[in-house]
Structures are given as C-alpha cells and as structure tokens.
Design a protein around this ligand. Structure first.
Ligand SMILES: Cc1cc2nc3c(=O)[nH]c(=O)nc-3n(C[C@H](O)[C@H](O)[C@H](O)COP(=O)(O)OP(=O)(O)OC[C@H]3O[C@@H](n4cnc5c(N)ncnc54)[C@H](O)[C@@H]3O)c2cc1C
Length: 448
C-alpha cells in the first residue's frame, strides 16, 4: 500500500491529523490496530473531552474537535457544539464516536487500514521510506512520503531511532495507568443527597483502610454518559510502564478486578444500585503517559503556569499539570505535587521535592492558555516524520497538561496540516513555515 501521508493511530490525535491532511488535499491513509477510531476515547471509554474550555464565549480548541462534535450531535451521540464548547468537559457516547468519526473522515477523503499494528520502519538518513505492519496477512509494507506518529506511545519515532524520553527524569516513572468503567441500570431517583453522602463516606473509609484501591470516592455523576441510568467511573490506578506488555497485562487484570470490587460494593450497599450492572469495561487499560519524543522544542512547567505564547504556536492548551501518582497510590494521594500527604516513603518527596510542582501552581493563568510551538511535533533530525497527541515533546510535568483529548486533537490537527504543506512543497517538515500552518489551521476553523 502507498499514500502521500500515512497516519498511524486513530485516537484523538490521529483522527484529527488524518482529517486535516485530507481536508488540505493530501492523499491520506489512516492505520489503526483496532477496528474503529477513537483511541482512549473509545478503547478506554474516556467519555469527557477536556482541554478546549477557555470561557463561555470562546473555546481554545475547535477545528477538528468542532467538526467531530457536530457530526456526533447529528448522530445523537453528543450535544451541539454551541452548547458543548461552553462546558468544561464534553460528554459523548463512545459507541457513536466510532461511527461518527469514521464517517467524518471518509467524507474528508481519508483512506483506512484497520487491524494493522505498526512494528518497524525503513529509515534512510533520517527519512522514513516505509513502515512494516503486522496483521492477518503476516507482514505488510506501507510506503509514504510523510508520516504522522499518533500512536500515543511514539512507537514510530522510537522504532525509527529518533530520541525519546520516558517518565520523570529521576527514576523514569510515568503517570499511573487507570481505567474508566460504566455502570448502568442505576435508579437515579433513589440517589438522594443523603444516599450519595453516605456512600461517599463509606467509600472514603474503604479507601483509607486500603480495602478498595480507589483515589476518589465520587459516584461518577459528572462524567455522565448521556444515557439514562448509566454513569462513568474513574477511580482506579495501576503503576507500571504502558509500553511493557507484561506490566500492561498485569494492569488489565488488576484494573478489571478492582472495577468489579467497586461495582459489587455499590450494588450491595448503595440504594439505587440494586439492579445495576457493568455496562462497559475498558477495551484497553487507560494509559496516561509513556514516551515523549525529543523535539525541536520541549514544553516545560513554566510554559504552562506562565501561559507562555510563542510566534510559532500551532495549538492552544488550557489544561493544567494533572499528574496521577506514578507509584499508583490512592491513600492520601491525589495529585503528584510538593504538598502530597502520603505517609509512605516516596523518593520524589524525600530526595527531589524541588522538582515537584506546587499544588497552587499547576494552572495556566486564569482565563488563559499556553502555546504549543510547532517544534514540539518535530523530532530532532526528522525529515518527514511529525508526531501528535500525548507523545509530543514535553517534560513529565508539561505532559500532565497536554495529554487531554481536546489538546491531542489540536496537535493532531496541526500535524496533519504541517505534513500536507510539506507534501505540497516537497520539502522537509523542518522547512515548513509555522505561519503557513497557522493560516490553514485558521481556514479549517482551528486555533493556534
Ligand atoms: C484513565 C484515564 C482517564 C482519562 N480521562 C480523560 C478525560 O476525562 N478527558 C480527557 O480529555 N482526557 C482524558 N485522559 C487522557 C486521554 O484519554 C489521552 O491522553 C488521549 O486519548 C491521548 O490521545 P492520543 O491520540 O495521543 O493517543 P491514544 O488515545 O492512545 O490513541 C492512540 C491510537 O493509536 C493506536 N495505536 C497505538 N500503537 C499502535 C501501533 N503500534 N500500531 C497501530 N496502531 C497503534 C491505538 O490503538 C489508538 O487508537 C484520560 C486517560 C486515562 C488513561
């Protein structure tokens, strides 16, 4: 197979990248290991898109996100854009996302190849000439002029020998994995304030005693799925490396086991849950952080908290440094920061406390955003590879901000535009002018 632009990974970043490149006239192929789009949004049923919200008048991310929301709304899987962009999180139905995203991309002219796993690449003096996929056809080669790595884990960059980092510099530990799960058949009318209060108190007790390994005692209401009687929950953690298949396997088993324990507790003890059932387990354990590329520019904590703007900005991020404990702890630990109250030994608190962010310095300035410079998407020495999504060039702390889905869509959008301009001009990705990228992003209703 062949295409001018080959996008690997159909998560928030890859969907946006393929859409933007095809919209800009490029012959674009999107490759995905599963049989549908969405990445964590569908395989992890992470059903609240974060990172677009600036204020009620203007979002910080639109472009592909807006087109997707409008398509999902048309299919009944989401509220309309005019309503959703004013909310902090955009709820949607992941089942509808699978269909709506695919149709949106097909309409833009994107070609698909599902059920194919990237395994290696052919690189000639910093230029990728083709990639190898493993699928039912054994091995398949795909040739391309430009490649977009939207695998979340920087698989293409890493296996093409571009420099990558993983986790925090002191011990390489990454944010903990986790999972979202759904319980349906809930009688919402029975969930009075009093019932919720009692349930939360009991959950907190079980958390503090270590009986339930949960990092919050919420009842999932805010991450509602738009389906009557169904709620989404995000309560579990697992410390491990999401690129290590052995640890990933352990994570899958552990997270499902803990999920089931939480469900059993709710069903047995909380009024309103008597007839409830698990309506969805994750398909893939939730991965928050693995590899980052070493790009021409690396985002750091200061970019986030100062709301730093750059001339070569290609995306806006409004989100904050949200680091889930890399040790997977749940008792007295929520965010990884200087003020963490854990009583157990933690190498960061004991030896590298200065590195940790402060609880009151995690956010961009109020009502503001920070730039993602174009260099964050371009690996050092790259000629035709662009990277998008959670694996762009950022340190462990800034990564805690740019990993949310609206931001991943915004960097994906920019990657698609960047690659398509390079393809038009027949030049290296480093020779594309950020101003040209910004112009097309704006024409496609995005922000930079
Ligand atoms: C538990 C949890 C809760 C979260 N909650 C939220 C939330 O509420 N709101 C929010 O906005 N964000 C949330 N996030 C973060 C967000 O979901 C991710 O950071 C985001 O989805 C990353 O997007 P991406 O496109 O970079 O990667 P992914 O979503 O991981 O997509 C990567 C895609 O590439 C495919 N792929 C990977 N490797 C290969 C390969 N070798 N070959 C072929 N295909 C491949 C994958 O199958 C996948 O489809 C959460 C994350 C977790 C884990």
């Amino acid at each position: 197979m062949k295409a001018d632009i080959v996008v690997i990974g159909a998560g928030p970043a890859g969907m946006a990248g393929a859409w933007a490149a095809a919209k800009n006239g490029a012959d674009t192929l999107l490759i995905e290991r599963y049989g549908f789009c969405g990445g964590m949004a569908t395989t992890g049923i992470v059903d609240s898109i974060l990172g677009h919200y600036l204020n009620e008048k203007q979002p910080a991310v639109a472009g592909f996100l807006k087109a997707l929301v409008e398509k999902m709304a048309e299919c009944g899987g989401c509220e309309k854009w005019e309503t959703t962009f004013k909310k902090y999180g955009i709820s949607f139905d992941p089942e509808i996302m699978k269909y709506a995203a695919e149709q949106l991309l097909l309409d833009a002219g994107v070609k698909f190849l599902y059920h194919s796993y990237f395994v290696s690449s052919h690189v000639d003096s910093g230029r990728i000439t083709g990639i190898e996929l493993a699928n039912k056809n054994s091995k398949m080669t795909v040739e391309g002029k430009y490649f977009i790595d939207a695998t979340g884990d920087a698989d293409i960059a890493y296996f093409s020998n571009f420099q990558c980092t993983k986790g925090r510099p002191q011990d390489g530990k990454t944010e903990s994995m986790g999972c979202v799960f759904k319980i349906a058949g809930i009688d919402e009318e029975k969930l009075t304030e009093e019932v919720v209060k009692k349930a939360r108190e009991k959950l907190a007790e079980l958390r503090n005693s270590g009986e339930l390994k949960i990092f919050n005692e919420g009842l999932g209401g805010k991450r509602n799925t738009n389906r009557k009687g169904e709620r989404s929950f995000n309560m579990t953690r697992f410390a491990g490396d999401g690129t290590n298949p052995i640890e990933l396997t352990e994570a899958e088993i552990y997270l499902r086991k803990e999920t089931f324990k939480i469900f059993q507790f709710l069903k047995k003890n909380v009024e309103g849950f008597e007839n409830s059932y698990i309506s969805a387990f994750h398909i893939n354990a939730g991965i928050r952080e693995t590899r980052q590329i070493k790009g021409l520019y690396t985002l750091a904590e200061q970019n986030v908290i100062e709301g730093k703007k750059t001339d070569d900005s290609i995306a806006r991020c409004t989100y904050w440094i949200d680091i889930h404990c890399p040790l997977g702890r749940t008792v007295k630990v929520h965010l990884c920061c200087k003020e963490c109250e854990t009583t157990e030994y933690c190498v960061m608190l004991n030896q590298y406390k200065n590195y940790l962010p402060s609880r009151n310095k995690l956010y961009p300035p109020e009502n503001d955003w920070f730039s993602i410079p174009m260099g964050c998407l371009i690996p050092e020495k790259s000629k035709n590879l662009v990277v998008a999504g959670r694996c762009i060039s950022a340190d462990h702390k800034a990564m805690g901000a740019i990993r949310v889905m609206a931001t991943c869509m915004a960097t994906g959008h920019a990657a698609g535009v960047l690659a398509s301009i390079a393809c038009d001009k027949i030049c290296d990705v480093t020779d594309v002018d950020a101003k040209d990228v910004q112009k097309i992003i704006a024409m496609q209703e995005g922000f930079y």
